[in-house]
Design a protein around this ligand. Sequence first.
Ligand code: NAG
Ligand code: NAG
Ligand code: NAG
Ligand code: NAG
Ligand code: NAG
Ligand code: NAG
Ligand code: NAG
Ligand code: NAG
Ligand code: NAG
Ligand code: NAG
Ligand code: NAG
Ligand code: NAG
Length: 415
Amino acid sequence: MEKGCFLFVALFMANCLALSLASTPAQNVTTDVSALLEFKNLISSDPFSNLANWSSTNFVCNWQGISCNLQNQRAMALNLSNLSLTGTIAPHLGNLTFLTSLDLSFNNFSGFIPTELANLQQLQLLHLNNNSFSGAIPLSLSNISNLERLNLEYNFLEGSIPQGIGNLSNLKTLTLGHNQLTGSLPYGIFNMSFLEEIDLTENSLSGSLPLDICNYRSKVKKLYLSMNQIQGAIPQFIYKCRDLEHLSLSYNQLHGTIPRTLGYLSKLKDLSIGANTFEGGIPLEIGNLTNLEQLDMKSSSLTGRIPLSIFNISSLRMIDFSNNSLSGSFPAGMSYNLPALEQLYLYTNHFDGSIPSFIWECKNLVVLRLAENNFTGGISKRIGNLTSLKGLDLNDNELTGGGGKISSGARYWPC
Ligand SMILES: *[C@@H]1O[C@H](CO)[C@@H](O)[C@H](O)[C@H]1NC(C)=O
Ligand SMILES: *[C@@H]1O[C@H](CO)[C@@H](O)[C@H](O)[C@H]1NC(C)=O
Ligand SMILES: *[C@@H]1O[C@H](CO)[C@@H](O)[C@H](O)[C@H]1NC(C)=O
Ligand SMILES: *[C@@H]1O[C@H](CO)[C@@H](O)[C@H](O)[C@H]1NC(C)=O
Ligand SMILES: *[C@@H]1O[C@H](CO)[C@@H](O)[C@H](O)[C@H]1NC(C)=O
Ligand SMILES: *[C@@H]1O[C@H](CO)[C@@H](O)[C@H](O)[C@H]1NC(C)=O
Ligand SMILES: *[C@@H]1O[C@H](CO)[C@@H](O)[C@H](O)[C@H]1NC(C)=O
Ligand SMILES: *[C@@H]1O[C@H](CO)[C@@H](O)[C@H](O)[C@H]1NC(C)=O
Ligand SMILES: *[C@@H]1O[C@H](CO)[C@@H](O)[C@H](O)[C@H]1NC(C)=O
Ligand SMILES: *[C@@H]1O[C@H](CO)[C@@H](O)[C@H](O)[C@H]1NC(C)=O
Ligand SMILES: *[C@@H]1O[C@H](CO)[C@@H](O)[C@H](O)[C@H]1NC(C)=O
Ligand SMILES: *[C@@H]1O[C@H](CO)[C@@H](O)[C@H](O)[C@H]1NC(C)=O
């Protein structure tokens, strides 16, 4: 009985396989050779003759940049990254049906990305980044269900991101930054099971972050959305993206208050939300982020005081609260622990009192900018301990030093 059943299933599967083979174009090594030669035909410049051995007199599996499947000797990977190639992509590339990896990054390919690439149903990696592709991202790419890595950054792609991208359930990295993409964020991407990295930096994407962000499944570790036109508030549910290590939302049009729930994202190393227009102050809970290395809240209309617990996050290398309306002073007895701090930006705020004394203990400090505040008193001799300092700006405060008030001198002193 069990055997019969197995046989039936096997026959059924063989049938399916035969059917699927019958419905796709010719399937042998000759197909690959002709597809690749068509592709080569549209390469108008190959200054270092990298494709010189792409000829039918050589076995295709030995051509530069080709790796073959050992069993059927079909092209499995095509890697022509960084070879100074210029040209357009022939649609024939879509006939390389055994391809699992296609890397044409760091060249000068232009024109549209052919929709025929969706025929590459085995494809796991597609890297076309750092070229001159234009036009829209083909909707058909959402059909390559095995895709794990999609990188199209640094091109001239326009139009919106296909919402169907959210259907690519095996996707691990989605890198579409530095293009001219418009429209709203594809909401599906915030609930994808395997997606670890989303980079949409520097496009013209609009709309807001979904209120139920990461409410279903998400392993996202890196979320880079800076330099877009994203509106609305940072959702409270952001804490459900609990694997986040890098969150970059700076240079957008975000409003509302900074949610306290950010403090639950205990793996965060990089929190960059500056250059937005928030209301209110910095939540105390930010001080709970004990793995932070980079904290950027510049130019964001923030008011109130900086929670002093932030100055106890020993992993911090960069702190930028510049150009806000923050106030208050830094008490002499405050506790702090910033052994790794390299850059501190507090300029253009309303801080008063003495320059925080912890600064003189940050031996790795490279840049210190405190200008345009109301700091008073002198500059400690211990400034001489900061042997790595390359940039210092203390102008436009109420400081006394060398017998007089320091004001409006050179804006930036390189040491
Ligand atoms: C590949 O298939 C074509 C027909 O589709 C056939 O003419 C050719 O001989 C085959 N080539 C090889 C190497 O099997
Ligand atoms: C083609 O060039 C590549 C890279 O130089 C080399 O690895 C390969 O062996 C060459 N193939 C043939 C057939 O000469
Ligand atoms: C393609 O080759 C380049 C240079 O050899 C390499 O850095 C890159 O990782 C390769 N791409 C893939 C997908 O293996
Ligand atoms: C491209 O190749 C050049 C050398 O030919 C190398 O200096 C450069 O780092 C490479 N760029 C990338 C992104 O691999
Ligand atoms: C390969 O692709 C091209 C264009 O997409 C198509 O015209 C051609 O019939 C395909 N098949 C083969 C076997 O080359
Ligand atoms: C890139 O290709 C364009 C044509 O598409 C050409 O004008 C330009 O010179 C190429 N740039 C480089 C660096 O090869
Ligand atoms: C290519 O990519 C790198 C990042 O890997 C980026 O810094 C660089 O500006 C890009 N270059 C071009 C010409 O797009
Ligand atoms: C995706 O594949 C399905 C089934 O193969 C097809 O009907 C549909 O047109 C494809 N969608 C796109 C956008 O290519
Ligand atoms: C995504 O998948 C769902 C369910 O399979 C389907 O209904 C929807 O049309 C797909 N979306 C796109 C844009 O392909
Ligand atoms: C987070 O910070 C708040 C306010 O500083 C504090 O009350 C709370 O106990 C902290 N939570 C955790 C988990 O450390
Ligand atoms: C400094 O304090 C004075 C007096 O309280 C106030 O008028 C001025 O606006 C303050 N400057 C800054 C930069 O906060
Ligand atoms: C800083 O420099 C002073 C002398 O200006 C010295 O006495 C002190 O030990 C130094 N502190 C550290 C932490 O190196």
